[in-house]
Ligand binder design. Sequence first.
Ligand code: AHR
Length: 503
Amino acid sequence: MTAVVNLDVPGPTISRHLYGHFAEHLGRCIYDGFYVGEDSALSNIGGIRTDLVQALRALDIPNLRWPGGCFADEYHWRDGIGPKESRPSMVNTHWGNVVENNHFGTHEFMQLCEMLGAEPYISGNVGSGTVQEMSEWVEYLTRSGDSPMSRLRKENGREQPWKVKFWGIGNETWGCGGNMRAEYFADLARQYATYCKNHDDNVLYRVASGARDDDYSWTETLMKSIGSLGGSPGPRDLYQATSFHYYTSAPTWENKGRATSFTDEEYDLTMAKAWRIDEIITGHSRVMDCYDPQARIGLVCDEWGTWWKAEKNTNPRFLFQQNTLRDALVASLHFDIFHRHARRLTMANIAQTVNVLQAMILTEGDRFLLTPTYHVFEMNKGHQDATLLPLHVIQDSARREADGLEFDAVSASASVKDGRVLVSATNLDLHDDARLRLDLRGGPWTLGEARILTAPAVRSHNTFDDPSAVSPQKFDGADRDGDALVVDVPAHSFVTVQLGLQP
Ligand code: AHR
């Protein structure tokens, strides 16, 4: 495989927000995950587990989306403020009909963000809420001075307003968020956005709930509602982004396979489906280009990742799944694709951070483990806010095929920041190693540290008894050959290589 990288021809900035996360009131993500309560024997601050926070800080998480997901459109924020003992409880009808006591609410979430060093991304309730309710939540969080909501916030112990930039207007409004038609929601998005105000110097980045997968017509309806074909005079500044969700599942969405026991055919199908996000982002971007050629409106993929059958002996509505090397390779592939779309794609959020779907961390009592996916986020964090160095890998073997879908076995991306280049390369092939030759043009460079994430099998995973079975190792398969960087990427592995640019 070969590719050319022009070190002196920069592409767009890869927003750090492509490395965003998502924590929903679902299963054991918040309760018995991040949040164990102040009386827990586990080390905590305000009920939030400090060991998890410490582990996650190593990922430089840029933003955290909350409280859903489908839960967001059943959530009434006023139930989650004030003294815990007087907060009303509710039933989380979407995720297992469990009782939600609202002990983790706005203040606890903002504290979690502060502890993680992440920006909050709040999903407001359109499906069963009101414009007033959402407007007041923004005011409660972000307004200083004297106002009904800032007074209430102060009564609850928080004098200063918080900074909140990212604001979701609904979630999956085509489905669990209200089963709306695009035309109806497009009007609601304009209305809700109007009353989600910028208070003081807090400037919101409003994200209108967007399409499922490749529903380009949903995106077109949202774009049409704030702009015109041709893009002139530019979209109205009501919402600043539209979103979409895409999950990877095999063999089919209706008949999901298991996280750790899957056939080689299912593995290939997983990768073919993971690659589909490239085509889907391209499709949404093309539609957006017609209405907004300057890319003023962002595209946000605020839910992505693998979705398998829940682990045996767990509540199926809690979506608890193990995480293998296969999941890690799905993640590294997604990041290459996200990087390539950095001009339009402004944010992405993996679903979800702890104990749900493609998690970074799994917990069991006082124990926790870091998943293979966690390690991809850590190994790739140098791409955050770096400048893309566009590259196109020319494959020297035939494209792989699974169930009629074709895909490339090798993927790579590169970026530069502060004089350091980070190259990421993924070899999806189950059996064959790949030699990747990157012809680096445009200036002298030195070879730095290289790391690899791999394991004897793609089904390998970390357990509470063997938490480091899949973890990054030093890699000596990268070398220079004249001006070329040659990386021997073993079968089913993810590699990162750092280079230094000489002034
Ligand atoms: O992430 C789990 C669920 O997937 C979210 O609640 C919903 O938005 C999506 O369907």
